[in-house]
Write a protein that binds this ligand. Sequence first.
Ligand SMILES: Nc1ncnc2c1ncn2[C@@H]1O[C@H](COP(=O)(O)OP(=O)(O)O)[C@@H](O)[C@H]1O
Ligand SMILES: [Mg+2]
Length: 150
Amino acid sequence: MEYTTKNQEETTLIGKDIASQLQGGDILLLHGDLGAGKTTLTKGIAKYFEIDEVVSPTFTLMQEYTIRNPKSAVPAGRQEVRSLIHIDTYRLKDEEQLVEIGVEDYLGAPDTICLIEWPEKIKNLLKNKHIKNIVIKHQKDQERLINLDF
Ligand SMILES: Nc1ncnc2c1ncn2[C@@H]1O[C@H](COP(=O)(O)OP(=O)(O)O)[C@@H](O)[C@H]1O
Ligand SMILES: [Mg+2]
């Protein structure tokens, strides 16, 4: 699936649309340069789950948000989505730093959706995980190309 957006608001709306296709256990890798719109898309995804205040995890590395009103229909054998995890590895020193704060409890947990900015820095942690990729490209001015591999 591929989308083109013409401004920040449109990217937020695409985030909401993408969120409606997600289920617990999903790990989404957000690829794209600085300023591409990874955090903007994350805010859109969070909004779908009625989370309005997404803070930058740049200094905390990882933020957990509790989803109060699970939305997605729950497929057989799956749990409701109860939390959203936002990770930004931009300032991460090494993977161990994330392990120390418990990241492995969240990655792929059946009631959790994980969104990861700069995932290439944590390749080992993602090994053998089922992942979904989103690539955002800065086209020109405010235009962005958003590509999903799902
Ligand atoms: N179509 C668009 N989609 C997303 N952001 C856009 C768009 N056009 C302009 N912008 C601007 O680009 C920046 C994207 O920032 P951000 O989402 O934090 O990027 P990243 O997390 O990838 O570094 C914001 O300042 C936003 O206003
Ligand atoms: Mg960001």
